[in-house]
Design a protein around this ligand. Sequence first.
Ligand SMILES: Cc1ncc(COP(=O)(O)O)c(C=O)c1O
Length: 422
Amino acid sequence: MSTLLATAGDIGDNSVLAYDVERVRADFPILNEKINGRPLVYLDSGASAQKPAQVINAMSTAYESYYANVHRGVHAMSQRSTEAYEDARTKIAAFLNASNTNEIVFTSSATEAINLVAHSYGRAFLKAGDEIIISHMEHHANIVPWQLLRDEIGVVLRIAPIDDTGALDMDAYEALLGPKTKLVAMTHTSNALGSIVPIAEVIKKAHSIGAVVLVDGCQAVPHSSVDVQAIDADFYVFAPHKLYGPTGVGILYGKEDLLNSMPPWQGGGDMIMTVTFEKTTFQKAPLRFEAGTPPIVEAIGLGAAIDYVSELGMDNIAAHEAGLLHYATERLNAIEGLTIIGTAVEKAAIISFVMDCAHPHDIGTIVDQVGVAVRTGHHCAQPVMDRFGLAATARASFGLYNTKSDVDVLVEAIETVKEFLG
Ligand SMILES: Cc1ncc(COP(=O)(O)O)c(C=O)c1O
C-alpha cells in the first residue's frame, strides 16, 4: 500500500500534522482527471467520496477470480465468495467495535437501513401516541421513514431544535424526553451544517427514560472513529460510499438481542430456516434481514475501504481534516459577502455557505469552470434550510485526500464568482 504515514520530517506544504496527503492522493486514480483543463478539486465527498485503487482492485479481483453467489453453494467459488463476504462483515464489526459480527446487517443503502428499522422495529414495537424524537437537522432519509410510520400507525414526531450555530439544543432535547418517548432517531453529524451531535450524551439521556436510539452516522463515520459500544447506540447506520467504498451497500449495526427481537421486513431466499406452504421459520440476525442475493462484491469493496482507512488511522484522518476545516473556515470567512451557515464549535470538515451576490447554483456552476466540485441545493435537508431561512447553500465537504491548496483554488474560484456577479 502506498499510503504510508509520513514521518514528521516529510511534512510538505499540503500536509497537516504527520500525514502524507500526496501519497494518499496517489491512491485515487480519479484525482488525475482534468475538468475544463484544470485538475479536479473534489469538494463533494459528503455526497459521495472517491474510491482508492485498493477498493477498485478488490472489487475487480472478486469479479475476475472468485465471484459466485454466497451462502448457497458447495462449490469452491461460492465458498470463497462467502468467505470474502463474511470477512467484510467481520471487518465492519471490528471497525465499529460491535460486540460480534451478528450485529452487522448488510442493506442496499443507509436509507434502506433506516427504513428497515422503521418498518420492522417501528411496526412491531411502537403504537399510536408513542413519540419519536428527531432533530431539526436530519437528512430526509432520517425524517421520511418516520413520517411514513406516523401516517400508518399514528406515532407522534417531535423535533429537537438547534441553535443559531447549528448545534443541537441539549436542554430543549432533554425537555422533549418523557414517558411517551419510545425512540430517538438522530444524526451523529449534520450533512448540511457539519455540526457534530454529542451523541453519547443524547443516547444516555434517551436510555434514562427507556427509549431506544438509532444514530444516523453517515457523515460521522468517514471523519472520525466510532465505537458503538462506547456510545451505547442501539442502532447505528452508515453509508459505505461516503467512506471511500462502493455504492449499492449500506450498513445497519444493531444490538444483537434487539435485532433478534425484530420481525423480518422483507421475505425471500437466505433469510429462512425452513419453508412449507403452511409455515416459514426465520434465520437469526443478521441473515433474517438479508433477504435475496445481497450486495456481495460491494460488501467486499467496503471491507477493502475499511482496511484502507484503518491503515491510515481514523485519528490521523480526523486530524488532517480538522486542519483543513480550520484553514478553509479562516479563508472563507475573510471573503466579504460570504456567510458560513453552521458554525457549531464541534464540526466535521463540511462547510455550507451563501454569498450576497450569487445564488448557490450559480456559485457551483462558476467554480466548476475551474475544476472545483462543490454541492449546491438543499442537501436533502430542507427543514434545516428552512431553519436558516434559506432555500439552498453551496457546500464544500472535505475528505482524506483534500489539501490546503484545494482550499486556495476554491477561494480563488469564489473570487471569480464575485467578479462575475458581484
Ligand atoms: C446524514 C445522512 N443520512 C443519510 C444519508 C442517506 O445516504 P444514502 O443516500 O447513501 O442512503 C445521507 C446521504 O447524503 C446523509 O448525509
